[in-house]
Design a protein around this ligand. Structure first.
Ligand SMILES: Oc1ccccc1-c1ccno1
Length: 248
């Protein structure tokens, strides 16, 4: 997969040089390219924003640099390929694991990181004439810009690509994505020592009884989900829950 990120803060994405994503880039599994929007400004101050038409607080990102940047970045696709343009925005559609699964099947994504009050709306309108465009939100809160949202989306999508996760991690991924624990929150986890500050690890986890451990973990996942995200339980019918109980 090729991922292009257009931003006024390329250095914001240095975390993408680390860990699994860094390794995937080094191995050629992931081709992530960073572009400084100011490269497509032509004035002395490299201006990227201006006051909003109609008045109001803040500044809006100017269309000209974005138009030139998107033309330059998306025009060079192999055999005339076109990317899917992702615009992080508080007003966007919710970015979910399901949407990440779908994006992970795309060969080429371009992320447009807006700041201030956003990007002049004509930029996305213009791009939509040449490629699919999606405005996506990572949650109901306001960020200073699209960079952190893009980091979240790039990490979530990249870890779904074949070969990016190690065998151990991808096994965990599968169990939570499709098995009896699918769509449930993870319960408590423990490692050595068996006692720490007089706190013992739940004895079932030391029992060696895998069936009992699986049942305990599923019960804890149901409890965590009922406590913190009860609406996720609405997805399951009673038959589903009964059937899953048989699976564990
Ligand atoms: O709050 C934002 C500002 C700019 C770009 C994106 C966001 C955002 C908020 C939630 N998801 O994305």
């Amino acid at each position: 997969m090729r991922i292009d990120i257009i931003t006024i803060f390329p250095e914001y994405f240095s975390p993408l040089e680390l860990s699994l994503i860094g390794k995937a880039r080094a191995s050629g599994l992931l081709d992530i390219r960073l572009h400084d929007l100011r490269s497509w400004t032509h004035d002395r101050h490299n201006t990227v924003d201006d006051t909003p038409y109609g008045g109001g607080p803040g500044m809006v990102m100017k269309p000209e640099p974005w138009g030139e940047a998107l033309d330059a970045v998306t025009g060079g696709g192999e055999e005339g390929a076109t990317p899917r343009l992702i615009v992080p925005a508080p007003s966007g559609l919710p970015f979910t694991q399901q949407r990440a699964d779908r994006l992970a099947a795309e060969p080429w994504l371009v992320f447009a990181c807006g700041r201030y009050e956003g990007i002049d709306s004509r930029v996305a309108e213009d791009a939509a004439g040449r490629m699919p465009v999606e405005h996506l939100s990572i949650g109901d809160y306001v960020l200073a810009g699209g960079e952190s949202a893009t980091l979240v989306m790039v990490e979530t999508v990249s870890r779904l690509l074949p070969g990016v996760l190690g065998n151990a991690e991808s096994a965990v991924q599968d169990s939570f994505a499709t098995g009896a624990m699918a769509h449930l929150l993870e319960g408590p986890v423990y490692t050595k020592p068996p006692v720490w500050r007089d706190r013992e690890v739940p004895p079932v986890l030391l029992s060696g009884n895998h069936g009992a451990v699986d049942r305990w973990r599923r019960d804890q996942a149901l409890r965590a989900t009922a406590r913190n995200r009860p609406e996720l339980l609405d997805r399951f019918t009673d038959d589903d829950l009964d059937r899953r109980d048989q699976e564990v």
